[in-house]
Design a binder for this molecule. Structure first.
Ligand code: HEC
Length: 119
């Protein structure tokens, strides 16, 4: 009985942030939002990435890449994940999840000294 009340006291003193910060949650979402990660197409921190390349019938090398989204605005991210226009898949993320991914990209790139003029 004494052990149980001690355990309860310990649990009470823990706050959500002790388990995972908003930054870590955003990083997790960016890496694995409903199964299809942003990373293979936009890179670890949104810097952009070559997805695939091939040679066309004229022998020219065609490269398809995910653009740099380090300074993408919340509105751009929202629009891109909600409407698929080309290569990028459509996601069914909540507004909070989209905001958290945006906040992650802002924070990780502020730490990497990438300037952004919108928020
Ligand atoms: C399969 C590859 C792929 C995945 C996965 C992907 N994207 Fe994209 N994304 C693209 C491509 C390619 C574009 C350029 C427009 C197009 O072709 O759809 C793009 C465009 C964007 C843009 C607009 C950039 C601009 O300059 O207009 C944003 C913002 C974006 N993606 C965010 C994300 C986020 C956030 C995720 C994860 C939740 C994600 N993307 C997952 C390939 C991908």
């Amino acid at each position: 009985m004494k052990k149980i009340s001690l355990l309860c006291l310990c649990l009470l003193s823990l706050r959500a942030e002790d388990f995972i910060s908003e930054f870590e949650y955003g990083q997790m979402l960016y890496r694995n939002p409903r199964g299809v990660s942003c990373v293979p197409c936009h890179g670890d921190t949104g810097e952009g990435k070559e997805i695939v390349s091939y040679k066309n019938d004229k022998g020219e090398r065609i490269v398809i890449s995910g653009p740099d989204i380090r300074t993408a605005s919340l509105a751009q991210i929202r629009e891109s994940v909600q409407e698929s226009r080309g290569v990028m898949p459509r996601y069914f993320l909540t507004d909070k999840e989209i905001r958290t991914i945006h906040a992650y990209l802002q924070k990780v790139n502020a730490d990497n000294n990438v300037s952004s003029d919108d928020s």
